[in-house]
Each structure stands twice: as structure tokens, then as C-alpha cells.
Write a protein that binds this ligand. Structure first.
Ligand SMILES: *Cc1c(COP(=O)(O)O)cnc(C)c1O
Length: 403
């Protein structure tokens, strides 16, 4: 295709999407048609380093050959049985994932929000059946600036007007406290509290890292008050922050892990609630379900995605490269930069000015990233990134701040 043809084709596709698609996103105008590893290519043939990784769903990189192979092999055998029958992939997926999380039981779902919803159902039922909370009275404590997904129940306990305005009435039973505040947590707990639902690092809120020891203190408070500690590690988990699970990095074992995103390496929607027999045991046949949840294609893909994380030592890579990235970024001096923070290859550059124009500029330089909460540039490349490619990214960022 001639260059001008490719350009007009890109413009046509952008126009079609704007014309026919709901406008619930504001994407950068780059039309990707293939990708491999850390690199994505647009239909005009431009190459970009993907520093968003689909919000950390692509920790293993685009089109990882082993995950791709698992998808193809399973797709030609059997893809969906429904849970009315058993399949030969689900039990292996459950056993392997539970083992990695040091847990006892797995509830497979599809999207992150669904897994969060499923965890909410589990902890409420646990509250009634095991803690003796009066029917209909269970409370779940959540944090301000949380992000747990987009269902009506979940946006109902969001503190972000953008996520919730116009979508009520909302589900009752949630109490908000400031993130990182253990005193507020103690004070918010009542005899009706069944769980504390939180992100170990608040990602969508702008990569907010709590103080050292926060997770350990939360675990202690929850245990002492018989409140379940529910860690939404959909974005922080599976190697992103330098440990397989961010909680484990602090030596903390919560009562519930919620996983998604990189659980399938960006190939297929797979999520899960991972917990103990006491908690997930509250579900009985018929009390919860999902047509696609636990399907053999999802399970085969997720098993391969997890093996890649372990075999390629992605948590260790994330830790090592992330430390270097933070160090390099902190050397950049610019009056617009307020703070550089993060853990592992999950880094936020907070600006005094809106970040969008910097993301546009970086796109022109061949680096794809997305602003979060207007003022923060989030950098989260696939964990398979080489040191050379990461150094190249730093050079582009330095360039963007020298213009
Ligand atoms: C992305 C995300 C979700 C929602 O996952 P979806 O698959 O988009 O429904 C929930 N919690 C956290 C922390 C996330 O980052």
C-alpha cells in the first residue's frame, strides 16, 4: 500500500470507529494491525514500543509464541463445554493457580470486573454463614480512588464521578475510607464488616504506592477483627511489581486474591478468585456461575501464560529492570515533572500539567503510553522487555521532556 493510501485507510478506520462505536474511550489515533513482544505496528507500518501493555494484561508481551501455541492447540480440540460437564484443562488450571497463590480453591471467571463481583458475593456469603452477620447487613470496606471495574455495583462504590455519574441507583453495603490509612480502616470496621477490598498499589488512581508495611498492618487489623482481606491484584499481580503477587512481596497472605489481565497474557479474557476452602466453599451448585468461566480454551491459555511468567522469571526481570527505570527517570529534570514513583515495571510520572500532550508526543517518538487521571504518565511495558529496548524508551522520554 502506498503511504498516502495507508494514511487515508487509517483515517477511514478512525472515522468508522467514531461513527459506529460507543465513545466510552478516547484512544490515541494509532491503528495497530499487528504486534510481537514489546513492539506494535500500525497499518502505516510505523513501529511503537508498547508501554501500556493493555493495562498490564500483556506482561508476557504481544503474541507470546508459547501462549499462542496453547491457544491454537486447544482451539482445535475443544473450546467450550460449559460447567454442566467437566473438561480436561480446568482442574489443572485450578491446581496450578492455587499453588502459585498458596491458596486452596479457585473460582474461574472471565473479566476482572466479574471476578471482583464474584469475590463480593463470596465474602458476603461468608459473612452471613461463618461470621454470623444478620441477613442483608454485610458491609465491605473499600478505598477512595479505587478501581475495581465497571459493573453497576462496582462503580457504585467508586469515588470517581466520571465512573459513576448517571449510573445509579447503586448497591448498598460499601463504606469508603482513604487509601493507605490503617487508622481509618480500624475505625470503619463494625460487627457487620465482612471484608476489606483494596488494590495493593492503586494503578488507575495514578500509581499510588502505599507506605512500607501498609499491607502487613492491614493483614493484622483484618485478622484481629475477623474481616477478610481481599486483594485485587488484577493489575499489580503476576509479576508486574517485581513479585508474582504484590502481597507476597511484603510477606502478606490475604484471604482472597482477585486475578485477571495477565492471567491469560492478553490472549483471551480469563479471571479468577483465588482463596481458601472456608471462603470459596460458601458456593454451592447453582449459587454462582458463568457460561464461559473455566472453559478449556481459557484454561489452556492461562496455564501457558502462567508457565511463561515462571519460566521466563518475569517477576525477577520486573524487579531488576524496574529499579533501573525508576533510577533513570528520576534523573530527568524538567519543571513539569512533579514526581516519579512506582514498583517494578509499574511506574508513574506525575506532572504539574495534563499528561495527554506528553503521551501524544511520545507516540510521535514511537512509544505508546496512556495518561491516567490526567496528570500521570503510566509506564508499564511488557515484562519481557530487553534492557536495550527499555533504554531506548528512556531515551524517548528524555527527548519528550527536552522539546
Ligand atoms: C482492570 C482492572 C479491573 C477490571 O478488569 P476488567 O477485565 O477490565 O473487567 C479490576 N481491578 C483492577 C485493579 C484493574 O486494574
Amino acid at each position: 500500500m502506498a503511504e498516502s493510501d495507508a494514511r487515508s485507510r487509517a483515517e477511514e478506520l478512525i472515522h468508522l470507529e467514531d461513527r459506529w462505536g460507543a465513545h466510552n474511550y478516547r484512544p490515541l489515533d494509532v491503528v495497530i494491525d499487528h504486534a510481537q513482544g514489546v513492539w506494535a505496528y500500525d497499518i502505516e507500518g510505523n513501529r511503537y514500543l508498547d508501554c501500556l501493555s493493555a493495562y498490564s494484561a500483556l506482561n508476557q508481551g504481544h503474541c507470546h509464541p508459547r501462549i499462542h501455541q496453547a491457544l491454537l492447540e486447544q482451539a482445535s480440540r475443544v473450546t467450550l463445554t460449559s460447567r454442566a460437564f467437566r473438561n480436561d484443562q480446568l482442574p489443572l488450571f485450578e491446581a496450578e493457580l492455587a499453588d502459585m497463590c498458596r491458596m486452596e480453591m479457585v473460582l474461574p471467571m472471565n473479566t476482572g470486573a466479574e471476578a471482583v463481583e464474584s469475590a463480593i458475593k463470596a465474602v458476603r456469603r461468608w459473612g452471613y454463614a461463618k461470621k454470623g452477620i444478620a441477613p442483608g447487613e454485610a458491609e465491605i470496606i473499600v478505598c477512595d480512588n479505587n478501581f475495581h471495574g465497571r459493573t453497576t455495583t462496582i462503580v457504585g462504590f467508586s469515588s470517581e464521578p466520571l465512573y459513576r455519574d448517571g449510573f445509579g441507583p447503586f448497591t448498598p453495603g460499601f463504606v469508603n475510607i482513604p487509601f493507605g490509612d490503617t487508622e481509618a480502616l480500624e475505625e470503619a470496621i463494625t460487627p457487620n464488616t465482612c471484608a476489606f477490598l483494596f488494590e495493593p498499589i492503586q494503578c488507575e488512581a495514578g500509581i499510588l504506592v502505599p507506605r512500607d508495611g501498609y499491607l502487613r498492618d492491614v493483614a493484622e487489623i483484618c485478622r484481629r477483627n475477623r474481616v477478610l482481606m481481599v486483594a485485587d491484584e488484577i493489575q499489580t499481580g503476576l509479576g508486574r511489581t517485581g513479585n508474582l503477587l504484590t502481597c507476597h512481596g511484603e510477606g502478606v497472605q490475604p484471604d482472597v486474591f482477585i486475578l485477571g489481565k495477565a492471567l491469560s497474557g492478553g490472549v483471551y479474557p480469563v479471571s479468577a478468585v483465588v482463596s481458601t476452602r472456608e471462603i470459596l466453599g460458601v458456593f454451592r451448585p447453582g449459587s454462582h456461575g458463568s457460561t464461559y468461566g473455566g472453559n478449556p480454551l481459557a484454561c489452556a491459555v492461562a496455564r501457558a501464560a502462567l508457565r511463561v511468567i515462571l519460566d521466563e522469571q518475569l517477576p525477577e526481570r520486573s524487579e531488576e529492570l524496574g529499579t533501573w527505570l525508576l533510577y533513570e527517570l528520576r534523573k530527568i529534570q524538567h519543571p513539569h515533572i512533579k514526581e516519579v514513583r512506582g514498583r517494578g515495571l509499574l511506574v508513574g510520572i506525575e506532572l504539574f500539567v495534563p499528561a495527554r500532550s506528553y503521551c501524544e508526543r511520545l507516540k510521535e517518538l514511537g512509544l505508546l503510553c496512556k495518561e491516567t487521571h490526567d496528570y500521570v504518565i503510566r509506564l508499564a511495558p511488557p515484562l519481557v522487555i530487553s534492557r536495550e529496548d527499555l533504554a531506548w524508551s528512556v531515551a524517548q522520554i528524555r527527548q519528550a521532556f527536552s522539546m
